[in-house]
Design a protein around this ligand. Structure first.
Ligand code: NDP
Length: 450
């Protein structure tokens, strides 16, 4: 019998790779993980974690105004970008250290460097060749930029976390998660924000009421939303950058953030050379067991381009370790995956949108509530919360739950459990509310939308 150096070799120490490594090692496997950048991957270094810290940072600007109605006089706050970035970097470095401790503590060998497959059992990491019974590709994704003249002058989410200075004016191109999150962050920090999106309304794929509510709220906060608009070219001038749109409008700005989606990070790994099938977008094509077209080579997370969310990669990492090393074949259930967009106000959603439910042939009843959250009755801020339930009429099953408003992610996480458990509208109705909260609205909606 051939003996390999490792039972599992993982390429990429992001959320999914680390979870798979640690769990596999916990089940007794001999595991190594290679990482060419910092431990923790996109989520820890250039995504969820620094982004959420920046969202927090951006919310303090409203405190002086919001507190006034409650009797407080708070001087106009000032914001120092350099302090935030330094503090954020310190926290990320702490997390990098924790990831190393967790991996080493689990007995995983961590190899720094770029890994490349030689064959389905061989990996070379910066000159060191090791063999493994199984190989896991967990290399994540990278930002995509469209091909327009001057696009090298724009930045992506990879760079925005490390800018020396806060851009006082920023144009954000795109209408997905990253675009709306950074629009809110920079607006809260006092930058002048213009968001350009090619379609009629951003956040395609989210429920239409969510999309329109968020657009209204962002405009109220002073964000210039320009739909049906594309940037045609970017030029540098004495005063910064100039973006020219497809309508011929010229926008002067300090930075242009390209937030047009992400592509799987699969180039330069030797995948195609050993016969691993890739999709048109470069994603590793895998089956239910996350195995690629080459037996023994697996992939998960953003590089398989299914649902690019950290908790999904974690679930995939766990499933793979259970299947391969704990004699417990596990398939990830991709239904009713909740998610949140940390826009301001935030969005959160689980299950089907109204449009998806209708497309899938459900006989749908919709419940919707739009109201001013209690805190703003005294703060005076003109902000509305929107909550929506999409219900299947014949079975009474709740198919989708959507919210725009403070703490949406915190609220929908709990509701996602109810959906997984198959909750009906009657279950929601029989649940006693917690008063006074915004969340109680989800159990008190009685009248369907006409
Ligand atoms: P998204 O896929 O969410 O959005 C991409 C946006 O770019 C869409 O509005 C899309 O428009 C637009 N776009 C794509 N190609 C072009 C083009 N050639 N010209 C103009 N516009 C274009 O990507 P993001 O970069 O925002 O985020 C990547 C992924 O990362 C997310 O989908 C999500 O899975 C994950 N993420 C999750 C977060 C969270 O959980 N809170 C936060 C950040 C990222 P159209 O819709 O018309 O195609």
């Amino acid at each position: 019998m051939t003996t390999y150096d490792f039972d599992l070799f993982v390429i990429g120490a992001g959320s999914g790779g680390v979870r798979a490594s640690r769990m596999a090692a916990g089940f007794g496997a001999r595991v190594a993980v290679a990482e060419s950048s910092r431990l923790g991957g996109t989520c820890v270094n250039l995504g969820c974690v620094p982004k959420k810290l920046m969202v927090y940072a951006s919310t303090f600007s409203a405190v002086s105004e919001d507190a006034r109605g409650f009797g407080w006089t708070v001087p106009q706050p000032t914001f120092d970008w350099t302090t935030l970035i330094a503090n954020k970097d310190r926290e990320i470095a702490r997390l990098n250290g924790i990831y190393l401790e967790l991996l080493e503590g689990a007995g995983v060998r961590v190899m720094e460097g770029h890994a490349r497959l030689g064959d389905r059992h061989t990996v070379e990491v910066d000159g060191t060749v090791v063999t493994a019974d199984r190989i896991l590709i967990a290399t994540g994704g990278r930002p995509f930029k469209s091909e327009i003249p001057g696009n090298e002058l724009s930045i992506t989410s990879d760079e925005i976390f490390h800018l020396d200075r806060q851009p006082k004016r920023i144009v954000i191109a795109g209408g997905g998660y990253i675009a709306v999150e950074f629009a809110g962050i920079l607006n809260g920090m006092g930058s002048e924000v213009t968001l350009v999106y090619r379609g009629p309304l951003f956040l395609r794929g989210f429920d239409d009421d969510v999309r329109s509510t968020l657009a209204d709220e962002m405009r109220k906060r002073g964000i210039d939303l320009r739909f049906e608009t594309l940037i045609d070219r970017i030029e540098r001038t004495e005063n910064g950058l100039v973006a020219t749109t497809n309508h011929g409008d010229v926008i002067e700005t300090d930075q242009i953030l390209s937030a047009m989606g992400r592509l799987p990070n699969t180039a330069g790994l030797g995948l195609e050379e050993i016969g691993v099938e890739l999709s048109d977008r470069g994603a590793v094509v895998v089956n239910e067991q996350l195995e690629s077209s080459v037996p023994g080579v697996y992939a998960l997370g953003d590089c398989i381009d299914r649902i690019a969310l950290t908790p999904v990669a974690l679930a995939e990492g766990k499933a793979l370790a259970e299947t391969l090393f704990n004699d417990n074949p596990t398939v990830v259930d991709y239904t009713d995956v909740p998610s949140a967009v940390f826009s301001q106000p935030p969005i959160s959603t689980v299950g089907l949108t109204e449009a998806q439910a209708r497309e899938q042939g459900f006989d749908v009843i919709v419940y919707r509530s739009t109201f001013r959250p209690m805190v703003h009755t005294l703060s005076g801020r003109d902000e509305r919360t929107m909550m929506k339930l999409v219900v299947d009429k014949p079975s009474d099953r709740v198919l989708g739950v959507h919210m725009v408003g403070a703490d949406a992610g915190e609220i929908i996480q709990g509701i996602a459990i109810a959906l997984k458990a198959g909750a009906t509208k009657a279950t929601f109705d029989s649940t006693i509310g917690i008063h006074p909260t915004a969340a109680e609205e989800f159990v008190t909606m009685r009248t369907p939308v006409e």
